[in-house]
Design a protein around this ligand. Structure first.
Ligand code: 4AD
Ligand code: MG
Length: 465
């Protein structure tokens, strides 16, 4: 078979299993070229793994001139035989008999060998994914997606594709992006009153802040369901942990209480981390070495110990006794700030901790009222180094308490009538939670900024292509 007719080999497979003497064809990009004593070494990468396949071309080779022109960033197809590597660090290398340079990248290719700052790389989101760090993030992100679906599918959960355009503010926090076809420029010129009836949907609509309410519909038909999709929040929080567009995993389980909910969350986190540690071992080793020393021990610790649970009231007690100079005041009834969450998870408990039973006034309308009448069956999972990665609750499944709560919060009941129907017809105790997918990815990779774990970040004042 002519070498160019060989089936394509992926570099990850070649490095793992390629036998010296076999012919292969690779398609990829040049990471670096090095010339030494009449031999050219090309480091080839095709995104299938972190490691490069080294191609070795000597001066007498028919492809020597193509190799000499193969600058960093160039695209090429190379085929030839594998030989046992004489150098350190790889088992086999490629001796190309044919090398087609599809495009020689000019010297202004931004990803030259030197290390770039993450800030700079953010400004070239269309190219940064070809770097080691962002390649590793993308592969772990992909593996976590797969592990997530696998976890729920293996347990019989029905996957719900919750709508992205919605008329209900699921969190009741008013942080929705508006979806409209009204001519806003004309309206602004004419300074007329807004009439939503004239809008596309005949009413106010927005981008979803959560698929939870729809997931409750499915849970009350299928017992176990989950959503996994993009989520939008117009909160103006310019932090390293907030994005305007992020992904959320939201399971919802029927005939279940808060303890069942916690058990599911813990099993989920441990299973997907355990699985991706195996499938992405090379990438995790890179994060340990380059991003967060101690990462692997941290993940092992998480896998091998049960998560802790404390009540919100206990958390306040611990924070009051902490003697730490917190920026935000600690008092029963105030929400926990990120500094408080991190103190609890990092310094006090030292591992992931569920905080449960929050005051009703700082949580969403749908959470189930506890018997004390002032707290709700909420749960947040806090992890060291990051704070909250999961928020969830048992839901108020009783019609009258839910109505009373909605009335107290002045929610327009007619818009939630369908939601109340779930309490009128065949209601059961049920619970669920939302995992911030990017927060989870930050935790497992050690990356410190949410902008660096989502391919094309959207944050206040920033939307690039
Ligand atoms: O705590 P949240 O707001 O909970 C809900 O939306 C519920 N409806 C979930 C449920 O019970 N089904 O959000 C859940 C998680 C947070 O713990 C956080 O990890 C993540 O979503 N999150 C964000 N991640 C990135 N950027 C933002 N702006 C985020 N807001 C929330
Ligand atoms: Mg929350």
């Amino acid at each position: 078979m002519a070498e160019r007719d060989l089936p394509r080999g992926r570099i990850v497979d070649i490095l793992a299993r390629g036998e010296p003497g076999t012919a292969v064809r690779v398609e990829g990009w040049v990471r670096t070229r090095r010339d030494s004593k009449g031999v050219t070494f090309l480091e080839l990468n095709d995104g299938s793994c972190l490691a490069n396949l080294q191609a070795v071309v000597d001066a007498a080779s028919p492809v020597a001139s193509a190799a000499a022109a193969a600058s960093t960033g160039s695209s090429l197809v190379a085929s030839g035989r594998l030989v046992a590597s004489q150098g350190q660090g790889q088992r086999v290398e490629l001796v190309p008999a044919a090398l087609t340079l599809l495009q020689a990248a000019p010297p202004d290719y931004p990803l030259q060998k030197k290390r770039h700052s993450f800030e700079f790389l953010r400004s070239i989101a269309h190219l940064r994914v070809r770097s080691n760090t962002f390649g590793a993030v993308a592969r772990v992100r992909n593996a976590l997606f797969y592990a997530t679906h696998r976890f729920f599918q293996e347990r019989g959960f029905i996957f719900l594709q919750a709508p992205i355009i919605t008329a209900s503010d699921a969190e009741g926090a008013g942080e929705m992006f508006r979806v409209t076809t009204l001519d806003l420029e004309r309206l602004a010129r004419e300074a007329g009153a807004l009439d939503w009836h004239a809008d596309f949907f005949g009413r106010k609509a927005g981008l979803t802040v959560s698929g939870q309410l729809e997931a409750e519909v499915y849970a009350l038909a299928f017992h176990d369901t989950y959503t996994f999709g993009p989520t939008f929040r117009a909160e103006n929080s310019n932090t390293t942990r907030h994005a305007a567009e992020f992904w959320m995993i939201e399971p919802e389980i029927a005939f279940a209480d808060l303890a069942d909910n916690r058990a599911l969350a813990e099993a989920f986190i441990k299973t997907v981390i355990g699985q991706t540690r195996e499938t992405c071992a090379e990438d995790y080793a890179f994060f340990e070495q380059r991003i967060e020393p101690g990462l692997l021990a941290k993940l092992d610790g998480l896998l091998n110990a049960p998560f802790e649970t404390i009540t919100y009231s206990e958390a306040i007690g611990l924070l009051e006794a902490a003697g730490e100079p917190f920026e935000f005041p600690v008092a029963w009834g105030h929400d926990l700030q990120s500094e408080h969450e991190r103190y609890l998870a990092e310094k006090k408990i030292g591992r992931p901790v569920f905080v449960i039973d929050y005051p009703k006034d700082i949580k969403a309308f749908y959470m189930r009222m506890n018997d004390d009448g002032r707290t709700v069956a909420a749960m947040d999972l806090l992890v060291p180094g990051l704070g909250e990665i999961i928020g969830g609750s048992q839901r108020e499944e009783r019609l009258e308490p839910l109505r009373a709560r909605m009335a107290a919060l002045r929610l327009p009941q007619e818009e939630y009538d369908w939601y109340l129907d779930l309490r009128r017809y065949g209601t059961v105790p049920h619970a669920g939670f939302g995992v911030g997918f990017e927060r989870l990815l930050m935790y497992v990779t050690g990356m410190q900024n949410i902008r660096d774990v989502i391919p094309f970040p959207r944050t206040p004042g920033h939307v690039e292509f």
